[in-house]
Write a protein that binds this ligand. Structure first.
Ligand code: NAG
Length: 384
């Protein structure tokens, strides 16, 4: 059944096509789209629970707007939060309020701390990788990577998440070759619609990139990723885990020597993966699943290319079905085994987008609730 409002969109666009719509800049619509996995969400390691209800909300003071990632300086557990209006906030040490830390503009998504210096790296989905100096009152934010060093025409579109490895090298993802657009009269760039457009294009055009602060060069580690979302590097430096949202997978990408850039699927997940981070206390990775897989994702692989051509330019985020559950999962980086999950209702927590640990706290970004939450993780995680 095609909903009526979808038809209302399709009809005028079909008319436009008849009136010789100019050719679309993206010709390469994939013929075969990834099909969602059939993992049961009501059994085994993914069994539904309400364990997120123990999390404590940080007051909306002031309310944030789509806080995609809360990330943490490990030395004192200082929390920073990105906001899609181009504001980077820091959380007061008594957790009572957010204060602006830097206002670089754009649409800020993932972020991370260069732990030795306290400098920050933040992904702006519209321009590329940003560097925020340790004291933003003394120096400006810089765009450190907006294209590959080897080819300035090879632009970094849709910078999504960043992780500073132990050796200071900065790994970041470009989710798609589509650029994030400001749609019509919306006040902020529409990240969600671009995600949907990428799924409709179906081409795996996401990349894992490397910015080396010593040489100031930006290089490509791997391409062909199906919406490259969160990235986290293992402290050994041997591999990165990248959340491939549109293939419902976590990919392991090797980083060293001759095998650098090789990728394989570590595990598939029963939802739309978003952020991922390494937890040094429990030696595992925290992955967020913003929601279970919806029926729409089982339909998209069957939509023929000519129809996808019509749909791709329509801001479709309004069509994304409403979900009821959102969760975080702890995953073993070697085996891909699920160690534990914390799940909650979207009514209360909205959609979770990232989780980062500092000491006994897991800081969770609540993308659609306009604040963040803190979950105490004291017990050791055991395999289920
Ligand atoms: C937190 O600290 C600020 C000043 O830094 C103070 O005004 C506020 O009352 C404190 N809030 C709580 C809940 O302690």
């Amino acid at each position: 059944m095609i909903p009526l409002h979808l038809l209302a969109f399709i009809f005028p666009f079909a008319l436009l096509l008849l009136l010789r719509k100019p050719p679309h800049p993206y010709h390469s619509f994939a013929k075969e789209l990834p099909f969602p996995p059939t993992i049961r969400r009501d059994a085994g390691v993914w069994k539904t629970n309400d364990d997120l209800s123990a999390a404590e909300f940080i007051p909306q003071n002031p309310p944030l707007h789509k806080p995609e990632t809360a990330f943490v300086r490990q030395s004192d557990c200082q929390v920073y939060v990105t906001d899609c209006r181009g504001i980077l906030w820091y959380l007061a040490s008594n957790h009572s309020a957010f204060h602006p830390y830097a206002v670089p503009g754009g649409a800020l998504l993932g972020g991370d701390v260069h732990q030795p210096s306290g400098a920050l790296y933040v992904c702006d989905a519209t321009r590329g990788l940003l560097f925020i100096p340790p004291d933003p009152s003394k120096a400006h934010t810089q765009i450190v990577a907006s294209a590959l060093s080897a080819d300035p025409l090879d632009k970094i579109t849709f910078c999504n998440d960043v992780h500073v490895a132990e050796d200071g090298k900065v790994y970041f993802t470009a989710a798609s070759k589509l650029s994030v657009q400001q749609v019509m009269h919306k006040a902020v760039p529409d990240v969600m619609s671009t995600f949907v457009a990428d799924a409709i294009l179906g081409e795996a055009s996401g990349r894992l990139l490397l910015y080396d602060p010593e040489t100031r060069l930006t290089t490509q580690i791997a391409d062909g990723l199906s919406f490259a979302n969160g990235v986290a590097v293992h402290p050994s430096g041997q591999y990165a885990l990248v959340v491939e949202t549109s293939s419902f997978s976590i990919r392991k990408i090797l980083l060293l020597g001759d095998t650098c850039g090789q990728k394989r699927t570590l595990t598939r997940i029963p939802g739309y993966g978003d952020g991922i981070s390494y937890d040094a206390v429990a030696d595992c990775f925290w992955v967020t699943l913003t929601s279970p897989i919806t029926r729409l994702s089982y339909v998209i692989p069957y939509i023929p290319v000519f129809l996808r051509r019509l749909l791709i330019d329509i801001p479709l985020s309004g069509l994304i079905p409403k979900h009821s559950r959102s969760m975080i999962a702890a995953i073993d980086g070697n085996s891909g085994a699920v160690l534990t999950t914390f799940e909650g209702s979207v009514k209360k927590f909205g959609h979770l987008s990232a989780a980062r640990r500092c000491k006994d706290d897991l800081w969770i970004s609540l993308l659609t609730v306009n604040t963040i939450a803190r979950l105490r993780i004291s017990k050791k995680l055991r395999a289920k």
